[in-house]
Design a protein around this ligand. Sequence first.
Ligand code: C2E
Ligand code: CA
Ligand code: CA
Length: 734
Amino acid sequence: AAYAVTFFTPHTGHIWSLIDNQVVDAFEIVLALGCLARARTRRPRRSVALVLGLGLLAWALGDIVWTLESSPSAPSLAEGFYLVFYPLASLALVLLVRSQVRHIKPSTWLDAAMAGLGAAAICALFASNTIVDSIRGSAASVTVNLAYPIGDLILLALAIGAVTIVPRHPARLLIFAAGCVLMAIGDTVYLNQSSAGTYHVGTLLDLTRPAAMLALSGSVWLRSSRSAPRSAVFERAPRALILGLVSVACFVILVLGNVERVNTVALALAAATLLARAARMALSLREQRTLHDARRHQAVTDELTGLSNRRQFLDELERALDTSSDKDPDARKLALLLIDLDHFKEINDSFGHQTGDALLRQIGPRIHQVVRHEDLVARLGGDEFTVLLYGADAYEATTVARRISTLLEEPIDVETVSLHVGASIGIALAPEHARRAEDLLRCADIAMYRAKKERGSFDVYEASLDDEGDRSALIEDLRAAMTEGSLALHYQPEVDLQSGQVVTVEAFLRWPHPTLGLIPPEHLLVLAEESGLVHSLAAWVFEEAISDCAKWWHGGHQVAVAVNLLATDLLDSSLPRRVSELLVQANLPPRALVLEITEGMIMADLTRSKRVIQKLTETGIVVSIDDFGTGFSSLSHLNDLAVGELKLDRTFTSRLQVEAAGDRDEGIVRSIIQLGHALGLRVVAEGIERLGFVGVLAALGCDSGQGFAIQAPCRAAEIDFAGLGESRSVAASH
Ligand code: C2E
Ligand code: CA
Ligand code: CA
């Protein structure tokens, strides 16, 4: 303000000198002491305030000495004080940056270097060449005189660099940087003027130094404003802007340097800036490549163990099998070890997943101890690991397997427990056992299962271990049987225990195999499932059973046919429509069909099953729960299912039929029957093997029953529709 007054007041020569000397000295002392006081009283960034305070104090002292010295020597004592200011101010700036950011990435350092050097280059551009020429005198005075512009440049470079580094640009940093910029501009103009001899006291130029000092000390006083989080773009924009401007400017400086006389300092700084830029670009490229590599690595490694994952393993196996085909016979060899930990599930269940994971992490390093560096160790998933031994034969493979097994037998310390795991290892060799990746893996799997079953630690695949060969022949036979029509349905009547009449006839699949005899239906169904024939098989059962049933109705026997459903049938929402259509075609009412499903099938997908059952019941088809009492499904679901019938599992009936049956067995059966009745369901007993038992079941309240004692499953033509007959009916015997 005092400066301003002097501009507008004429003839203020001596006042000017008073202001420019004593007043400014006092002002600067106040600023310096203010900073030091701030360092004493407040905690955060105390060191910044202290160092900056000392720097400002040095400058102020320099000014005081300058004022007091009547005829300054060159270099004078004052300059000693002045020059202390630069390193202290630089240090304060560094401390300020450190208080704002913890970790600085190499790329950010380069950005900062680029911005700082570029700013310095621009500043140096405006310093005329006469400055250097004008600095003359003793070596000491030249050094001292050069120290100011260099100090200014360094401080400017640091300040612009700092603004580039610190993310959210806090006000205290911006004001510090503003001070540095002001100082650099002021000093450059001053040096230009004084070297050209155009400088005279009393212009705005004299204001820059005190104003710059004010800005610097302001940085100590500004509080941290909790600025709202800004978007990343907004945060990055200033940095990008500075860097862009600086690169363009430096490029221009270098071009200018070719046509005009640009001072060497500016040229050198511009060149350095562009070098930093090049380094930065190289670094970005490298970072990108590292990132790319890391992504690739992630895609092919198992997250938990860091080993190769299944995908990488299969790719590598395929590659190895492919390339091995045309090389020398030794290079063709490949051994695959499939390692499955024993008791891992128990460990996981009793010690928790964390322990399980920690255990799995230790398996890889153990296996690595006994294989060569080039062999591949992978985790297929769960507790399954595999090792690919290149060029290994049976002997080498079993040697490695034995070593791995011994190592895995040893207890593994996980956290506080010591775990015994052990492993079963299956070995398959290429090209002897298979030439394709999935086949080789399957062979190793079969060998591993045999090792597990026979409690050996490892086993080598043998073709005879594998009934796959027979299996595929059997599947072919099944396909042929289905097309030739040699499959058959057998039927077993179910009688009403009160009237003795046949109410339903249950259909069972039969396959009389030309050489193997009757194939059990369970086995047949598994085969059909594996070969994808199961849907056409199920469809055939429906058609056959319904057409047989139509014949019975035609012959005057109005009995329902019961068909056993497959798990997949229940997942098919078109089932109700399909069976209704078949019934309509056969001219049968819906009640002519009973569909039997087990609890397990229902529980596999409860919501879906519920819907299908509901739909079937709505059409009038009876849905029956087969093998009831064995599925452990919650009784609470029973009420929600729109079923019409319970079939008490054979195990209950057979327990009751033995001599030693106790009250408890009878109690359970009675309770199930009561439960069924309470829910409005019919209760059917399976597996009645003694005729005398019919009375017992009837007395317990059972509605109907089936079993060998009534009639064993037989061909359609042999069904005895007389049932228990008038004479054998329970009602008659009572
Ligand atoms: P399931 O539905 O529980 O069939 C009852 C099984 O008990 C039948 O065996 C039947 O022959 C047998 N059995 C009948 N009376 C007695 C008896 O008094 N005592 C004893 N111990 N057993 C008796 P099968 O025919 O071997 O069928 C076994 C299972 O195979 C059936 O159990 C059923 O789950 C399935 N199955 C059979 N045929 C078909 C079919 O066409 N489709 C579907 N999805 N499954 C079928
Ligand atoms: Ca059944
Ligand atoms: Ca059953």
